[in-house]
Design a protein around this ligand. Sequence first.
Ligand SMILES: CC(C)(COP(=O)(O)OP(=O)(O)OC[C@H]1O[C@@H](n2cnc3c(N)ncnc32)[C@H](O)[C@@H]1OP(=O)(O)O)[C@@H](O)C(=O)NCCC(=O)NCCS
Length: 207
Amino acid sequence: MYNLNNLKVRNIKKEDEKGSAKVFLEGFNNKIKNLSHIPEERTYDFLIDFGIVKNYYKEGYFVAEVDGEILGLMLLRWKGQEKQEDKVLDFSVLVKKYGLPLVVRTMIKVNIVNYNPKKGEMYIEHIAVLEKARGLGIGSILLERAFNMAKSRNDINKVTLSVIEENHRAHKLYNKLGFEDTHDTTSLLGKWAVGVYKFTKMEKCIV
Ligand SMILES: CC(C)(COP(=O)(O)OP(=O)(O)OC[C@H]1O[C@@H](n2cnc3c(N)ncnc32)[C@H](O)[C@@H]1OP(=O)(O)O)[C@@H](O)C(=O)NCCC(=O)NCCS
């Protein structure tokens, strides 16, 4: 169905917003539903307004494209990563748009699940492939890009990620590509914020 010879992995651009929204919403549907009960047609705006889709980083946000269609995306984060201008809306603008209770609740939830990478760590904040394009190797190609980027930087010595307990297939894929489990974490707050109670932190050393 897709000719992977035409696959391009490149930095995200402004005009990719619609295509990448589709991948993001499909990949993280459950977490997003737990985060807020915003109507579906407003969800992507909501994610941008609250800075959940972090398309403001200068480097590290990749899309996988085949013949003009965005099929995958991946956000890498590291300490000291440069941002373009901050696109997150001011508190007062958010309140006007969404109402105070939802803004406060969302900010608390976002704060609970936000992870700040440590020195030397390149953290895969999210990776997703459109459902109809899964199992074709696109996720692996995106992950290879993460390894190459980590290798090309002398401030990075490992690539890390978190995978939820139920995501056995993704866990298996990460193992196959050389990630090792470092520890399991449980969090009632994570359960409340995005419906994630137990997850495993994984890492792959980069030499
Ligand atoms: C995890 C994910 C990014 C992998 O992308 P992909 O393009 O399907 O990965 P690849 O084709 O390179 O690798 C396929 C492997 O991933 C595993 N896999 C994980 N989820 C899969 C799915 N839904 N469909 C097909 N394969 C899947 C398969 O076990 C397969 O392993 P195998 O080759 O040994 O059979 C993708 O399945 C996805 O978007 N899942 C939903 C979002 C998500 O869970 N993100 C990860 C958060 S930690």
